[in-house]
Design a protein. Structure first.
Length: 171
């Protein structure tokens, strides 16, 4: 990772935004700063989570799929259900499952309920790796160790409202 900047680039961009779009209003400047901060935080979190998961041969997206399979009652889910639950495109699911399969953490099986569909099934090795990776992520609270419990609850509530307003799910 590069050296920290001696200033907040999001704050500076917000100031520039206000200078270049003086009629936009304070709520637009605040929105620009907030969305840019969210996007930068996502980059920071993914980089940190991926670094924590690298020793296990995982990325965060692969970890999410493994955990989803771990949480399922049978250790197996249709690929379409994985995409639905993780809210990603079918191509992304295929890529993730391909990688997990090559690593021996998942295997594919025909879906007995749907002759055309495929199940992803977690292997014993997949369960072991998922468990160890989860312990690693618990150590630094998924990269959010700098926030206290109340901060995390407020952050979740705010982002949940954003997701509801966007039609991400029905409340």
């Amino acid at each position: 990772m590069s050296e920290p900047l001696p200033f907040d680039p999001v704050e500076r961009a917000g100031d520039s935004w206000a200078k270049h779009y003086p009629d936009a209003g304070e709520s637009v400047y605040a929105s620009m700063r907030a969305v840019t901060s969210i996007m930068r935080a996502q980059q920071i979190l993914i980089a940190g989570l991926d670094a924590d998961l690298r020793p296990f041969g995982l990325t965060f997206s692969r970890y999410e799929a493994l955990i989803l399979l771990t949480f399922s009652s049978s250790g197996a889910l249709p690929l379409s259900k994985i995409g639905e639950r993780l809210q990603v495109h079918a191509t992304s699911v295929t890529n993730v499952i391909d990688r997990l399969e090559v690593s021996g953490l998942v295997r594919r099986e025909p879906n007995p309920r749907d002759g055309r569909g495929t199940l992803a099934v977690i292997t014993d090795e997949g369960r072991r790796v998922a468990g160890e990776a989860t312990q690693q992520l618990h150590k630094n609270r998924f990269g959010l160790e700098g926030l206290d419990h109340d901060d995390l609850q407020r952050l979740f509530a705010i982002l949940r409202r954003l997701r509801i307003d966007a039609g991400d799910f029905v409340d």
